[in-house]
Design a protein around this ligand. Structure first.
Ligand code: NAD
Length: 354
């Protein structure tokens, strides 16, 4: 197949990790007979330096014309004094909005080779953990009205959801559960919040259209606890923006290593935005020690969710697993007895296994 991809390396370690993901995607293209074209654009601080703004209209238009977008990470101390409206992170928010992506996917798996980095007890992670958290990205308390009393001693943030916003997110969750282990857990606070009652009623209505999916409902306080006590019970989890923000970071802590975690942001079509969950790591930039695996695995999500290339996505995931099996680690995940390699060498090892 032919696919046109935009890459947005961003700042600090961004270009280093994106180069490795591109290398691996090129290896996939060669191995499976595809043609991927890459259009590299600037985002965040790099765009501020070049054009004065963190995201230009041309870059957004290029992203919206691509089959998918792969991003590194943005921001860092160099732009700390930039006025709030033009900060690097604003470019990322504008990009998500401009691309119309509303579902944030965060897979949480524990690579058995890195189980030592997981803070949970060995008996809790003895059963395989493979969770897909879907967080709604464009609604909820983050986008409601805000109010602060004149005397500054009281404040309100409004939580708002529409049926349409819940339904489009939940549909992605049901479709995903169908292709995975057929289980979906909807997380809310329906015992207290009206938004959550709307959320639950909408999911219940949709559930009738997906009889093959086993649906459970869980209050968010319990879900936070269950993720720690019995994470293996979850397959797909769907939840709102605020609860998802918290639960997805909790799940990242379970997986144990920031540098390993991919993410995807999807809209109603197949075009998506793919990025590792970590930031631009200014403290290690330019030293060839960043872990590129979160970005490489984001490339696998891109193949699966935007291009429909399941076998190729699985090939990347197997290659990463194989390299870890051989004992290779970047510095952030190194342990006694493993072989420490740099960012470029790690990219080479994964590409070679494709
Ligand atoms: P960070 O994720 O950049 O770094 C936290 C720690 O993890 C650092 O010690 C760093 O060296 C390490 N780390 C992160 N990614 C790594 C990798 N791939 N390999 C090895 N080690 C890795 O978070 P921070 O320091 O709080 O933020 C730095 C900058 O990144 C800030 O400007 C922040 O706003 C920005 N940020 C951007 C994004 C994004 O682009 N989506 C997300 C989070 C933070």
């Amino acid at each position: 197949m032919q696919a046109h991809l935009v890459t947005l390396p961003g700042d600090y370690i961004g270009p280093e990790i994106i180069a490795q993901a591109v290398k691996v995607l090129e290896a996939v293209a060669r191995r499976y007979g595809h043609r991927f074209t890459f259009d590299e654009r600037k985002l965040g601080g790099a765009s501020i330096d070049a054009f004065g703004v963190p995201l230009t209209e041309e870059t957004l238009a290029a992203c919206n014309a691509a089959d998918a977008v792969l991003m590194g990470s943005v921001g860092g101390p160099k732009w700390d004094d930039v006025e709030p409206a033009r900060r690097p992170e604003k470019g990322l928010l504008a990009l998500r909005k401009g691309m119309g992506v509303f579902a944030n996917l965060r897979p949480c798996t524990i690579h058995p080779q890195l189980a030592g980095a997981c803070p949970l007890r060995a008996d809790i992670i003895a059963k395989p953990i493979d969770i897909m958290i879907l967080r709604e990205l464009t609604g909820d308390i983050y986008f409601g009205k805000r109010w602060r009393a004149e005397d500054r001693k009281a404040a309100t943030d409004e939580m708002a959801y529409s049926e349409m916003e819940v339904e489009r997110l939940a549909r992605i969750g049901f479709e995903m559960a169908k292709k995975r282990r057929g289980k979906l857990c909807s997380v809310d606070k329906a015992n207290v919040l009206e938004c959550s009652r709307l959320w639950r009623e909408t999911v219940q209505r949709l559930a009738a259209q997906y009889p093959e999916v086993e649906v459970t409902y869980m209050y968010v306080d319990n879900a936070a606890m269950q993720l720690i006590l019995r994470p293996s019970q979850f397959d797909v989890m769907i939840t709102g923006n605020l609860f998802g923000d918290i639960l997805s970071d909790e799940s990242a802590a379970i997986a144990g290593s920031l540098g390993m975690m991919p993410s995807a942001s999807l809209g109603s079509g197949t075009r998506g935005l793919y990025e590792p969950i970590h930031g631009s790591a200014p403290d290690i930039a330019g030293k060839d020690i960043a872990n590129p695996l979160g970005t490489i695995l984001s490339g696998a999500l891109l193949l699966r969710h935007s291009l429909g290339l399941d076998a190729e996505a699985a090939a990347i995931e197997r290659a990463v697993s194989g390299v870890l099996d051989e004992g290779y680690r970047t510095a952030d995940i190194a342990a006694p007895g493993t072989k420490t390699v740099g960012c470029i060498a790690m990219g080479d090892l994964v590409a070679a296994r494709i």
